[in-house]
Design a protein around this ligand. Structure first.
Ligand code: SAH
Length: 360
């Protein structure tokens, strides 16, 4: 049996031209297809009305590579969470976050996640598989279609650890840029840190923003919250971030989920400032993004009081570390940071996860 054809979504202009020629058509049909795939967002080749009818009929249901929207939740602030079903039946979530000027998509890079962070709903569901290129691009096109508006920003902050699916994620970044037309500077990749991957990313010569999920100012506490941190000492992570900033000239943003009584005390702010000053001494530019904890059913943590959050910011700034507080969006629909888990399904109805990576 021959392998099923490669989905069209994710293929470059040159590859689509070759595909058209291989189908016995002139190369410009590939150019047309590129526009219809990436700009008009077709779900089936039958929608490409500029193609000759006889050819469309011959193509039948040739795979475009779009996923099915199986559920949609809109929260009070206009954030939209979509549950998508992939060709093999797996489910992922993607979130569209609108403001007056921006439409940001929070994309997933894996089905589930093996990192098992203790405060994250995705981490609690276990790992299923990496997403394919077309499955990542589809999320952006689907949000664009849902809002009837161009996506301006993409953040790899949905389900999964992007650096465990690095080749596909980097291909997706290039395609978002070259095929869909999103500026690389409007793309952020967020990682909790995977050994050796930040230096690798630096070599890819991308203009994206790197965000690193830190969540603790010392190794002991970090390991408690993030089991995979045991394999990547904080010191090594900070050194890799500093080298990344120096070699790419791009600012690194550090994410820090503030959990009441766990990592939000004044001592933690001071330790964090001290840790980051080491990284920035060599002129590297950095920024801290504080995320007040969003409650999840599987963990017994609390969101800090706003006064605690404000005090944390003040202490960081007193120590010359730039910080901002991420505005919570989508909380009432479980669409906020850390709450994604294909949650329309009861977790117990999912088959048991594969063995986790990076954990002993
Ligand atoms: N695996 C990557 C990409 C996911 S990003 C990473 O960890 O960076 C998801 C962001 O939301 C991360 O910064 C994560 O730590 C944060 N987050 C996870 N659970 C959260 C929760 N319950 N409340 C607030 N932020 C959370």
């Amino acid at each position: 049996m021959s392998a099923p054809p490669l989905p069209l979504l994710g293929q470059s202009l040159a590859a689509l031209k070759d595909w058209a020629v291989a189908q016995g058509q002139p190369a410009y049909r590939g150019q047309q297809l590129h526009t219809w795939l990436y700009q008009k967002g077709i779900r089936s080749l039958q929608e490409v009305t500029v193609f000759p009818k006889a050819w469309r009929e011959a193509l039948g249901d040739y795979p475009v590579g779009r996923s099915q929207v199986v559920q949609r939740t809109e929260t009070r602030d206009g954030t939209v969470k979509l549950l998508l079903q992939l060709a093999d039946g797996e489910l992922i979530e993607t979130v569209g976050i609108p403001t007056a000027k921006r439409l940001t998509v929070c994309v997933s890079s894996q089905v589930g996640c093996p990192m098992a962070c203790d405060f994250c709903a995705t981490g609690k569901m276990g790992y299923r598989r990496n997403l394919k290129l077309h499955e990542i691009l589809d999320q952006v096109l689907t949000v664009q279609e849902d809002f009837g508006r161009r996506v301006s920003h993409v953040v790899f902050m949905g389900m999964g650890e992007p650096l465990l699916n690095r080749d596909t994620v980097v291909q997706a970044i290039r395609s978002l840029n070259q095929d869909i037309g999103i500026g690389q500077r409007h793309i952020t990749l967020s990682t909790v840190g995977v050994p050796r991957q930040i230096p690798w990313l630096a070599q890819q010569k991308l203009q994206i923003t790197l965000a690193v999920s830190l969540h603790a100012p010392n190794q002991e506490l970090r390991q408690q919250l993030i089991p995979s941190a045991a394999h990547y000492p904080l010191e090594a992570l900070i050194r890799d971030c500093r080298d990344y900033m120096l070699s790419t000239g791009r600012r690194v943003s550090f994410e820090y989920t503030l959990i009441a009584g766990v990592n939000d005390l004044p001592i933690h702010a001071r330790q964090l400032a001290h840790l980051l000053r080491q990284a920035s001494q060599s002129g590297a530019r950095l920024h801290v993004n504080l995320i007040p904890y969003n409650p999840i059913a599987e963990a017994n943590y609390q969101r800090p009081h706003p006064a605690r959050v404000a005090e944390f910011v003040r202490l960081l700034e007193e120590h010359h570390v730039q910080a901002s507080v991420r505005q919570t969006r989508g909380l009432d629909g479980n669409a906020a940071c850390g709450q994604l888990r294909g949650s329309f399904l009861h977790p117990s109805s999912l088959p048991s996860p594969e063995p986790a990576l990076g954990r002993s």
